[in-house]
Design a protein around this ligand. Structure first.
Ligand code: ZN
Length: 200
């Protein structure tokens, strides 16, 4: 029902998620429209800066093997989920952090945030499921001619991430999901919860 692949040697990321209440059990309608009996809310873990910083440092240790993280100019995150994680990664790598947000349907860089042409950036998101928000951030980076070096998430729960850039995550969770018409929890009349921001 729940398959876990931990990428971080010597650090039990699953327990950190579980202990902070970031993995919830119930009957959830996911952004994708599927139903599931697990829901992830990484903001619960990110309440604790010391824990988040520990994870950010470990993530950079992994990324450092391939990329000169000292040369990164900025971490860019999609609001809201990616902000705290991106901020910690920026703090740990000594660069600035900016975020994109959705005022309308379109993701934008607002608040006077800028990316210089050729600047080296890392894209950060807390959980990657469909990868849709990250793809929109990639597009904004391209429009600004920034050089995307990596995408980093805490949790990967995608089936197959399709970014054209190196993608790193700390833990992969394969959570079983159901078509609404074939949902065991629906058949048991368990109340359905819509935890995400986008109802479909
Ligand atoms: Zn259901």
């Amino acid at each position: 029902m729940l398959k876990i692949i931990n990428q971080v040697e010597g650090l039990d990321v699953y327990s950190m998620l579980k202990d902070t209440g970031s993995i919830m059990e119930g009957h959830f309608k996911l952004t994708s429209g599927y139903h599931s009996n697990y829901y992830l809310q990484c903001a619960r873990l990110l309440q604790y800066p010391d824990t988040a910083l520990k994870l950010a440092r470990r993530a950079l240790d992994i990324v450092k093997k391939d990329i000169d993280t000292g040369s990164i100019d900025a971490v860019v995150s999609p609001a809201i989920g990616g902000i705290l994680w991106g901020y910690m990664l920026a703090y740990a790598s000594g660069c600035r952090m900016i975020f994109t947000e959705r005022k309308t349907d379109r993701m934008e860089l607002r608040r006077g945030f800028e990316m210089d042409p050729g600047s080296k950036v890392i894209i950060a998101e807390d959980v990657i499921t469909t990868g849709g928000s990250v793809k929109e951030v990639i597009e904004i980076c391209r429009e600004n001619k920034a050089d995307v070096k990596a995408v980093i998430s805490i949790v990967d729960r995608s089936e197959k991430p399709e970014f054209e850039y190196p993608y790193y995550y700390l833990i992969k969770l394969e959570i079983e999901k159901y078509e609404p018409s074939a949902c065991r929890l629906c058949r048991e009349n368990q109340p359905l919860v819509y935890p995400g921001s986008k109802k479909k």
